[in-house]
Design a protein around this ligand. Structure first.
Ligand code: ATP
Length: 235
């Protein structure tokens, strides 16, 4: 990654670290024990669950106990995916009676299948890079499952109806966002300068807290590591 992209990526952290102190909350009633993904090669003597560390638990509490919109990031192997799975499990318990309350999306098919979700474009029946509002609304209206999802997440009024505009970003729904801008900068055409999600005013207005996970769990001799994985954290 070039140094200018690296500088841009670190702005996500600066923008989000407002210095607000986290209020102490009652202990989460959700277990911070998360099932580890099972592989056929797994040693049966290895633990099946992992306990979240303090920085992961802090994010879990912000998301579940405080209902905050959070962005958490961190280098490769800092447990972002595991924490996301913990948050999804806890949210499913919290909203057990309203199964449609949670939508799990990612920007690519591979990332979506890793967390049991779908691409954001499939979720909303929108075409990537489409900026034509009329076309987008037509596409949403003609895809019944997507229209239902827009309605259930209260995004319907702001994007489809437009008669009742809301001042709250994303209609006021809670957003849990994760990723590492250092590992994966936005895809651009030819020599176009990439535009990061955190450069949007909507990012600042929506995400109340940004947390940088610092503890690297992935071991040097781990079978998860490709011969080049260690390079990711050096760049
Ligand atoms: N609290 C924890 N206790 C024990 N192991 C953990 C914990 N959190 C994560 N791990 C383990 O560390 C490894 C890396 O975790 P994970 O894949 O979630 O990291 P990541 O930040 O998503 O990595 P990447 O950015 O490379 O996708 C995994 O084997 C995971 O099971």
């Amino acid at each position: 990654m070039s140094s200018s992209l690296k500088r841009k990526a670190s702005k996500a952290l600066e923008a989000g670290s407002s210095g607000k102190k986290l209020k102490s909350t009652i202990d989460s009633f959700f277990s911070p024990n998360v099932p580890l993904p099972m592989k056929s090669s797994d040693d049966p003597t290895q633990p099946s669950h992992a306990a979240l560390n303090p920085e992961q638990t802090r994010v879990l509490r912000m998301a579940i106990d405080e209902g905050k919109s959070v962005f958490f990031t961190g280098a490769a192997g800092t447990g972002k995916s595991l924490l996301l799975r913990a948050i999804i499990l806890a949210l499913r318990k919290k909203y057990a009676k309203t199964s449609d309350a949670i939508s799990i999306t990612a920007s690519t098919g591979m990332a979506a299948s890793n967390v049991g979700g779908m691409t954001i474009h499939a979720w909303g029946a929108v075409t990537p890079n489409c900026t034509d509002m009329t076309l987008m609304i037509k596409s949403i209206r003609t895809c019944r499952p997507a229209l239902q999802r827009w309605k259930k997440t209260k995004l319907h009024d702001i994007a489809v109806n437009l008669r009742k505009p809301t001042t709250r970003p994303f209609g006021g729904i809670q957003l849990i966002v994760t990723g590492d801008f250092f590992q994966l900068p936005p895809v651009t055409k030819s020599n176009q300068e990439p535009i990061f999600a955190f450069e949007s005013p909507a990012w600042r207005n929506t995400l109340e807290s940004t947390v940088n996970l610092t503890h690297v769990f992935r071991q040097k001799d781990s079978s998860e590591l490709s011969p080049y994985s260690h390079l990711v954290n050096l760049v």
